[in-house]
Design a protein around this ligand. Sequence first.
Ligand code: NCD
Length: 312
Amino acid sequence: MAEQPRHILRAEQFADVELLGDLFERSDYFAENLKRGDGRQSLLGKYAGRIMFNMFYEPSTRTSLSFQTAAARLGMQIINTENGKEFSSVSKGETLEDTARVLAGNRPDVIVLRHYEDGAAEVMADYTRGIPVINAGDGKNEHPTQALLDLYTINREFGRTNNLRIIVGGDIEGGRTAKSLVRLLGLRESNSIELVAPERNNASPELKKEWEALPADIDYTYEFDETTLKSADVVYWTRTQTERGNGHVDPNFVLACRHLGSMPLHGIIMHPLPRNGDLLPEIDNDPRTRYFQQSANGVPTRMALLDYVLGR
Ligand code: NCD
C-alpha cells in the first residue's frame, strides 16, 4: 500500500487502490461506531486533547461542520476561524506564508484550510514545519476530501469505483469538486466520464490537456437532453460558481424529473451541494437521489482522514 499521506492536498494522493480501499474500510469503521452509543463513546478517547485549527476563508456549511463534527467525535478540541478573509489578519495584508508560520507556532495537531486562492493549501503546507494541512477547498482548484467522500458514496453503492459510466454536469471549469472527482475517477481505465456543460462552463483547454493523460475515457458534451443520462451509473451535478465570475445557471442545463426517464434504475444522482437552481427539488423523491446521504458521509470519511494524518 502507498504511504499514508502527511498532508491531504490533492485528490490524486489517493490514486493507489489499496490506500483508497483502506480509507473506505476506516470510514465504514467510523460510520458503524457512530451508529451506536457505546461506539460513539469509545471513539472519544482516540484523539482526546488534540487540537484542530479549522481555518475557513470562504463560506461553507457542509465541509466546515463535518470537519468539526468529525474532530469532536474523535475527542479533539476545535479552534475555528470562520469568515477568515474579513476577520483574520489577511484583512490587514498578512501573507499566507506568514499566517502559516504563525499558526504553526501555536502547535495545533492539524490545520484544515479552505481558501479562495488556487494552491493555498500547498503553500501553507510548505510553512507549517510538518504540521499536517488538509485542503478543504482551494479556489477553483481542488476539493480532495469532497472527492474522497464522493468515492466512498459510490463505492458503498456499487462496491467499486471502476467500470462505471459517470456523467458530470454543471460547472466543470469553476467547480473544484468536479475537478477533484474527475482526477480520481479518471485514473481507472475502465471508467467512462462524460462532462456535460455549456462551453463557457465546460473544461478549459488546459484542463482538457491535463485530462488527456488520464487512462479513463473522457468526453465533453455541450448540449444536454435526457438521452445524455442513458446508461449512466452516476449522475453528478454541480452548481454554477457565480461568485467566481462563471455566470448564472444555464436554463438548458437544469437537472429535472423530465431528464430521468432514460436513466437506468440502478443509477444514482449525486451533488456536492449547495444547489442553486441547477437541480430541481422535484427530483428529491426519486429513489435514485443520494445527495443528502452523500453529504452525511462527510463525517465518517473526514474522521478517517484525520485518523491518517494524526495517527502516522
Ligand atoms: C462545494 C465547494 O465549496 O466547493 N461545496 C462543498 O464543499 N460541498 C461546492 C460549491 O460550492 O458549489
